[in-house]
Design a binder for this molecule. Structure first.
Ligand code: NIG
Ligand code: FE
Length: 382
């Protein structure tokens, strides 16, 4: 936050706090001090503060919580995207192209790329971001990826199990991921993740990897059911993972497993935009009572967008969500995915992370797709 004194944000046309009783307020104000929300109420009764920000009727929403990204990489795969748009299918094997470029990059170049993308996210309203490794796939390259990620966020994820790199066998690689690589990476990671999919890791390997990560003190996240139906979602629920992300191809048993679990379903519509797979059915999940998060999956292969507003627009247009359901998934949902209760809402005690929109309501995030509506991002800078 700019300075640590108190700041009053006032003349808010629409304030989304996600408070249980009044989740959305009109003609509101909000006070911040020491990096936290300290007061919420009607603009007419607002307290005095060291500084006042008059937003002149604009909407204010919680800072977006992007619970899934892969920002530590070098190069891009624009040619692969161009070929896909000409009819070629997406394949997980493209990950290895980025692994080659990432291994060849200096620490400084990788750090600069993460900094650039985090700044891009910030300009579009993201105030909390999870960042995965996964383009190193050797002990040294995964460890340095996490060291770089940890300079930019506390939400770091060890994804040594992204694909099996060239020059080894699946068995030998799982032994490395659960042995020396885990040992080198665990000190810099909060989470462990595995890509459970044909062409990546099967359910047995994923179980072995997640169990080893848990024993090393890491929380569990899973990539699953992105390209085809499979066992990943049910495995994530059975192991009590915090999140299972993608959830594009879901059988009824997967939806039932999610509904009966504490596992958050992370939906990543930037991927379907960029791979031409069908969008996940958020309506089906919400109607079953599943907690849904919306995230960018920002990476150079399957989803090179850093924009949560873009993901919100896709979720509303293509996935059966209302504008407020999509906003909720990109804020409270992301926080649930990261097992955080200090972000994703603007109730008293929340971190002072908020977005001022150049619009009178949050509906405009989906109603005006592609328009840069974030006029200001205030952050507690954690
Ligand atoms: O989340 N699904 C696996 N990993 C990434 C894709 C990475 C890539 O294509 O480089 C994802 O979509
Ligand atoms: Fe991903």
């Amino acid at each position: 936050m700019e300075g640590r004194g108190s700041l009053l944000v006032t003349n808010i046309g629409e304030l989304v706090t996600w408070d249980d009783e009044r989740p959305v307020r009109r003609d509101a104000a909000l006070a911040l001090a020491d990096g936290e929300v300290t007061w919420v109420g009607d603009a007419v009764g607002a307290p005095a503060a060291d500084e006042v920000l008059d937003v002149a009727g604009a909407a204010v929403v919680p800072g977006f919580v992007d619970s899934h990204s892969h920002l530590v990489f070098a190069g891009d795969r624009a040619a692969e995207f161009e070929a896909r748009m000409g009819g070629r299918p997406y394949a997980a094997g493209g990950i290895r192209t980025t692994v080659t470029a990432t291994r060849a990059a200096t620490d400084e170049a990788l750090d600069a790329n993460v900094r650039r993308l985090v700044a891009e996210m910030r300009r579009q309203g993201t105030t909390t971001v999870e960042i995965k490794s996964g383009y190193g796939l050797s002990v040294a390259d995964e460890a340095r990826s996490l060291a770089i990620a940890s300079r930019h966020t506390a939400e770091t994820t060890y994804l040594g199990a992204h694909v099996v790199p060239d020059g080894t066998t699946p068995e030998a690689y799982v032994a490395l991921v659960t042995g020396p690589m885990l040992e080198a990476c665990a000190p810099r990671a909060r989470w462990i993740d595995v890509f459970c999919e044909t062409g990546a890791f099967d359910a047995d390997a994923a179980r072995t990897i997640l169990t080893a990560g848990r024993a090393a003190g890491l929380g569990l996240r899973v990539h699953a059911n992105q390209l085809s139906y499979g066992p990943g979602v049910r495995l994530a629920c059975e192991l009590g993972a915090a999140a299972v992300d993608h959830c594009t191809y879901l059988a009824d048993a997967d939806v039932a497993a999610l509904a009966g679990s504490g596992t958050v379903a992370g939906l990543l519509p930037g991927v379907e935009f960029s791979t031409r797979h069908p969008y996940p059915d958020a309506r089906r999940l919400l109607d079953a009572g599943v907690t849904v998060a919306l995230a960018s999956d920002c990476n150079p292969g399957s989803s090179y967008t850093s924009s949560i507003p873009f993901c919100i627009a896709l979720a509303v247009r293509e996935m059966g969500m209302t504008p407020y359901e999509a906003l909720r998934a990109a804020t409270v949902g992301g926080a649930a995915s990261l097992r955080r209760d200090d972000v994703g809402h603007l109730r008293i005690g929340a971190r002072a992370d908020l977005v001022v929109l150049d619009a009178p309501s949050a509906v405009h995030l989906a109603y005006r797709p592609g328009v840069p509506l974030v006029s200001r991002t205030v952050t507690s800078a954690h």
